[in-house]
Design a protein around this ligand. Structure first.
Ligand SMILES: NC(=O)c1ccc[n+]([C@@H]2O[C@H](COP(=O)([O-])OP(=O)(O)OC[C@H]3O[C@@H](n4cnc5c(N)ncnc54)[C@H](O)[C@@H]3O)[C@@H](O)[C@H]2O)c1
Length: 452
């Protein structure tokens, strides 16, 4: 029996430990609050000092606003502490790593932030501490963290436990959330698994499937998102075919979905965005490349995904030329999916880049857009012309000088207004990337649906 990690397990059972969550973003912050409200001593660490200040003042993101009351109360009572630095503790420390993992390039490795966070944790570590990686990581990253642990003179699985439990959260999914999504986990040893189970009891009722190796868990995470990307790209290519055939892709999908086995419906759009689906499959490509292999399905899926905004712009341009209208477009929906504020790697901004390159007059609208985050959006989306025009709303006045409304994301809060714009013919052309609007013969606006 390993007495060091056994002592940690006993301490975790009595909550006599400190949980340090590194990275207080979409993944780390709700986790931190959940553990805090379940009676753990927690410390949230983020190297963005503005974010720390924002949290301390209770200024939360829209997606976090339901936590505001409890966050303010816990900060006030001292139960919730957030800082830019980790801290030592005499109690066992459990470090949960939720930092970003960027697409690897020549100058940046995907584990750059994970390494920084693990290093910061290890610099204050002692025997009995445990690290749980939650970030989506490339194959081999957990093994690199094991080397980091050993380079500090500790034995992984004896002095320090190491787990990888990839986050699977799907923002705004009505059915599946932090509390009920089952998780896959790799643990260096049985006691670390018991420790993790005890902690995840308060997260997802310990619904954890332990896999045999870190590499299995790493491939599982990337493969899940590769599966989604491939299917999204497949249906987007089908939408392009249906456009040419003059049939509606949704009629095809609804009919195909009656097959009770071997078919899963995915729906077309201007391309998958965000910090997960277009990124994680690249980790598998990297693994394949390192082994001298190709992963052609993924390469094709990524290239179709990149092409989608261009396809949307080609279609809009042809329509405007055909109808002899001005090259003026409003892009509605800048987040990467409906009803969220996250604008990372957004198809709406890709459409913006393409339209401005082609000399269109473009305006942008998203009810989740925050002026104070403009610079962040520019960096995250590689925006070529940062002097974008943002409309304050979709009122008749705001849209009157444009000839096309391109709906990239159907936010629920815009449902009625978008219907009204179409029904009352407020703009000559509506291009609906998600196909939520229904054809209305009484409208004088032209409605074009991607794949319809
Ligand atoms: N957002 C999602 O829906 C989602 C879902 C599943 C998995 N993931 C994965 O989870 C990880 C985190 O994603 P996210 O969306 O929460 O990212 P995020 O950008 O919202 O938050 C990450 C935070 O980490 C901070 N940070 C960076 N380096 C740090 C360091 N060394 N120490 C402390 N803080 C540091 C950043 O300042 C940022 O606030 C990524 O690997 C992502 O792929 C995200």
């Amino acid at each position: 029996m390993n007495l060091i990690l056994k002592k940690t397990l006993d301490d975790v059972l009595s909550k006599n430990c400190v949980i340090q969550v590194f990275g207080l973003g979409y993944v780390g912050f709700p986790l931190l609050v959940k553990l805090c409200t379940n009676g753990f001593h927690v410390l949230g660490i983020d190297n963005d000092s503005k974010k720390i200040e924002r949290i301390q003042n209770g200024e939360l993101l829209e997606s976090e606003s339901h936590l505001k009351e409890i966050v303010l109360k816990s900060i006030h009572s001292g139960d919730l502490v957030v800082d830019t630095q980790s801290a030592k503790s005499e109690k066992p420390r459990i470090g949960i790593i939720c930092v970003p993992t960027p697409i690897p390039t020549k100058s940046i490795q995907s584990d750059i932030f994970v390494k920084d966070a693990v290093k910061a944790f290890l610099e204050m570590a002692k025997k009995g501490d445990v690290i749980i990686l939650e970030s989506s990581i490339e194959v081999g990253t957990t093994s690199k963290m094991k080397s980091m642990i050993e380079s500090m003179g500790y034995k992984e699985g004896e002095d320090i436990g190491l787990c990888f439990c990839p986050e699977r959260i799907d923002p705004k999914n009505e059915k599946w959330n932090l509390e009920n999504i089952p998780r896959v986990i790799y643990c260096s040893d049985d006691l670390s698994f018991k420790i993790a189970k005890e902690i995840y009891q308060y997260i997802n009722n310990s619904n954890l499937l332990r896999v045999k190796s870190a590499e299995i868990a790493e491939v599982v995470k990337s493969f899940e998102n590769a599966f989604r990307l491939v299917n999204i790209s497949l249906v987007n290519e089908l939408a392009i075919l249906c456009d040419k055939l003059g049939i509606n892709v949704r009629d095809v999908l609804d009919a195909a979905a009656t097959k009770p086995f071997g078919f899963l419906p995915f729906y077309p759009g201007a391309g998958a965005g965000g910090h997960c689906i277009p990124k994680d499959p690249r980790f598998l490509l990297e693994s394949a490349k390192k082994l001298g292999l190709e992963f052609k399905t993924l390469e094709n899926a990524l290239s179709i995904n990149i092409q989608m905004p261009k396809y949307v712009v080609d279609s809009i341009e042809s329509l405007l030329i055909e109808k002899k209208l001005k090259k003026s477009v409003i892009i509605c929906g800048l987040s990467y999916k409906p009803d969220i504020e996250d604008m990372r790697d957004s198809p709406g901004f890709k459409i913006y880049n393409e339209l401005t390159e082609r000399g269109f007059q473009v305006a942008l609208y998203d009810p989740f857009f925050k002026n104070e985050l403009s610079q962040k959006y520019v960096i995250e989306n590689n925006i070529k012309d940062p002097d974008f025009k943002i409309l304050p709303n979709l009122s008749d006045d705001s849209i009157s000088s444009y000839d096309c409304l391109c709906i990239v994301q159907h936010h629920s809060k815009l449902k009625d207004r978008l219907k009204e714009i179409y029904k009352n013919s407020k703009i000559p052309i509506i291009y609906d990337c998600q196909g939520n609007l229904r054809f209305d013969p009484s409208s004088n606006s032209t409605l074009k649906i991607l794949g319809g």
